[in-house]
Design a protein. Sequence first.
Length: 69
Amino acid sequence: MTIGHSTHTLDEFIGLLQAHGATCVADVRTMPRSRHNPQFNKTSLPRSLKKAGLSYVHGTLNSVVEVRA
């Protein structure tokens, strides 16, 4: 599944992930931060996801695919 945070709130984003059965977020952004949406920064997003029972991994698409294999 592919999802972007778009203009969703953090709660809406987590709700979408849970509604579709996601268990892990693979963040493939080169620069995992957002000036306008700091709740999606690499320093805060993993903590929020963990509280919701979701795991987080950051890396390039190739490295994330290797971890899954």
